[in-house]
Design a protein around this ligand. Structure first.
Ligand SMILES: [Mg+2]
Length: 219
């Protein structure tokens, strides 16, 4: 069976949430209120992220310089990409974050050509950062992350998801197998809603599980 590993970026591939870090550093207004609205289901993930990142009026250079000082990869990320290559598992970074940040950090590890990135496209306007999100394929999807998992499910893939945040919550219920960063917001939500998951602190645990798992014959 075809398999895909869908992996969140902020707080998952890198241990810092790069968007939150930039917002905390450069935005004086209360950007976290939008997270509360999102958690209550009053706005979509796309609306939430669009509003928050439009508050961020900085250049690409400033963003990257700021983040380079604080951002590090979760251990064993490159080995996970290597293993997915070896096993023919498609690796997709699915992120509500900034595309130029994701690509910059993947380039540092020389991985930008080895993984797909599914995210909004950002544009620095001089007033704030404008995001345009991938269009939903299924208009009943709650957000583009859930929509992507559905697309892979429908194409007959076994879907493995790794995430840490509220932004992953709608997607994870759709995945066949779920890894969640220990002590994260997503871990809290999955426990509350009884969503089966395995908690991890680094990618070694995902590697081990992919190596141990017999080739799946059914979903
Ligand atoms: Mg995250």
């Amino acid at each position: 069976m075809k398999q895909v590993l869908l992996c969140d970026f902020d707080g998952t591939i890198v241990t810092t949430d790069t968007c939150e870090f930039l917002l905390d550093t450069f935005v004086k207004e209360d950007w976290r209120t939008f997270n509360t609205f999102l958690e209550r289901g009053e706005i979509t993930l796309e609306e939430c992220t669009r509003k928050q990142l439009y508050m961020l009026n900085i250049s690409e250079e400033t963003a990257l310089k700021t983040l380079e000082k604080v951002t590090s990869f979760r251990p064993h990320f490159t080995e996970l990409v290597d293993l997915c290559d070896a096993k023919g598992i498609c690796f997709v970074v699915v992120s509500g974050g900034l595309d130029f940040v994701i690509k910059h950090f993947l380039r540092i590890k020389d991985l930008e050509k080895r993984v797909h990135v599914y995210s909004a496209t950002s544009r620095i306007t001089g007033d704030g950062i404008e995001l345009s999100f991938p269009k939903l394929v299924d208009c009943t999807s709650l957000d583009f992350k859930e929509d992507l998992v559905k697309q892979y499910n429908e194409q007959g893939f076994r879907t493995i998801y790794v995430g840490d945040g509220l932004s992953d919550f709608n997607a994870v219920g759709r995945a066949d197998f779920l890894f969640v960063i220990k002590d994260s917001k997503l871990a809290e939500l999955c426990k509350r809603e009884n969503i089966p998951h395995r908690e991890i602190t680094d990618f070694q645990e995902v590697i081990k599980s992919l190596n141990d798992a017999p080739s799946p014959s059914s979903r």
